[in-house]
Design a protein around this ligand. Structure first.
Ligand SMILES: [Zn+2]
Length: 458
């Protein structure tokens, strides 16, 4: 059985990678491309990191893994769950809340029970799994934080390195590096852990997650992130050199390299609550008297309708659909989904043969839009209304922050949703990030988990 390394570069667009390969900016990835095949694949909706990484790690769509957005409303606890609207920024800040929500709760509480991670499946079958910085990491082995009290212990793979907060093995890198570093690179830590692991070659599968690219691309825009690509290529070169160079590396490992979502340039930050000004919006907690909860961040938003809301879901959708910042607003109506765009309406539902459709099909002309939207609407933690932003627009988050002038993602649109997919030694190239985990498990001779069918005909 050949060993496998999955490399995920957060936010890398296919266009920038293709350009980088031509211009020689990414020499290590070029060597992979020469030895394998490179195509484009599609992400999930919303195309936001926690949702995408949960899909990559489990092979499940959001309707099954139950992570709906960067920020969402927990109906049972009646409070907002915030993974950090700017994911990389929150991670850098070292904020305690981020560690508790993202690190601990996302894996221990929020990740759906019926979803199975690659780490769980592989180690159940006797393979050794390793994760470096991957934020969806649920596994079978208990790990205590290096700083006592920051989070309860977590269940991860047997080889587990997470921003210095969890380290299954002593590598010599400072265990609290992430907390001391106010700025700079979190990929430095990934490199140190990756070098240590590959030098010892003590794993069958490694998930090597590089997050700095997304952070830089948000700030500069996706077309100006060349230096970040060069940097990511360098982080990959580090583990290649640890194996003794590219030939020795590819001798030993098969490789799957991709990103979790794309990015598009944004020039405007919009507070979507402007469309709902006459309603009482909940803040961080759903106070009595609140009528709706709006969770907006990057290029996707959700609306939760509370008991006292005077408007029906369809009325809210029509209202939101009229705002120029909105490209598509969608909701479930009985056994079908309804999507609105510029006054046009499209209805769809899965059938045994495919889809039952009515209305104007051009409403959903984005890549794999029906599947992705249906699955997002099936997420029990999602709002009643899902909103995908118009091109160039970003929704400001609770604190009013946005990346106008830079890059963003989250929408159904092609630029946010397409990812590069590069495989060396993998027979069938995944066409969607949901096909990555099944491809990896098949590679190890393991049958992928059979998930409940959310596309079954009603
Ligand atoms: Zn991002």
């Amino acid at each position: 059985m050949r060993k496998l390394i999955l490399i995920v570069i957060d936010g890398l667009t296919p266009a920038l990678l293709e350009r980088g390969l031509e211009s020689g900016l990414a020499p290590t990835i070029s060597r992979f491309a020469a030895a394998g095949q490179l195509e484009r694949a599609v992400s999930v909706f919303p195309s936001l990191t926690p949702v995408c990484l949960a899909t990559i790690a489990t092979g499940a769509h959001p309707g099954i893994h139950e992570i709906p957005h960067l920020v969402w409303f927990d109906r049972k606890e009646r409070r907002l769950i915030e993974y950090g609207s700017s994911f990389a920024a929150a991670r850098r800040s070292g904020a305690l809340n981020w560690w508790r929500n993202t690190v601990y709760a996302m894996n221990a509480k929020h990740l759906g029970c019926s979803a199975v991670t690659i780490f769980e499946a592989l180690e159940d079958h006797g393979f050794r799994a390793a994760a470096i910085n991957a934020t969806c990491f649920r596994g079978r082995v208990r790990h205590f934080p290096t700083l006592p009290g920051v989070t309860p212990p977590v269940l991860g793979p047997s080889r587990f390195f997470f921003y210095g907060l969890f380290e299954s093995h002593e590598t010599g890198a400072s265990p609290t590096a992430v907390f001391r570093r106010a700025s700079g690179s979190v990929d430095d830590y990934a490199e140190a852990a990756g070098r240590w692991l590959v030098t010892r070659d003590d794993f069958d599968f490694l998930f090597y997650y590089l997050s700095d690219f997304d952070y830089i691309s948000h700030a500069l825009g996706p077309d100006s992130a060349d230096a970040a690509l060069k940097r990511a290529d360098g982080s990959i070169a580090t583990i290649v050199e640890a194996a003794g160079g590219i030939d020795a590396f590819l001798d030993r490992y098969d490789v799957l390299l991709c990103s979790d979502h794309g990015q598009t340039p944004v020039h405007e930050g919009v507070r979507l609550d402007r469309a709902l000004a006459d309603l009482s919006l909940a803040g961080r907690r759903a106070y009595r008297g609140s009528q709706i909860v709006l969770t907006a961040s990057n290029r996707a938003a959700m609306v939760y309708r509370l008991e006292d809301c005077p408007l029906e879901t369809a009325e809210l959708a029509e209202r939101l659909g009229r705002d120029p910042s909105v490209q598509v607003v969608a909701y479930r109506n009985g056994d079908e989904a309804v999507a609105l765009r510029n006054g046009a309406e499209f209805r769809f539902a899965p059938t045994v043969q495919g889809w039952r459709k009515s209305g104007e099909e051009r409403v959903l002309d984005q890549p794999q839009a029906l599947e992705r939207l249906w699955s997002a609407l099936a997420n029990p933690n999602a709002g009643e209304l899902l909103i995908s932003a118009a091109p160039g627009v970003e929704f400001a988050d609770l604190a009013g922050r946005h990346h106008a002038g830079g890059g963003s993602h989250g929408s159904l649109e092609r630029g946010d949703s397409e990812v590069p997919m590069l495989a060396v030694g993998i027979e069938r190239l995944p066409r969607s990030i949901a096909e990555i985990a099944p491809a990896i498990l098949s590679h190890f001779g393991i049958a992928p988990p059979r998930y409940p069918e959310i596309f079954a005909a009603a």
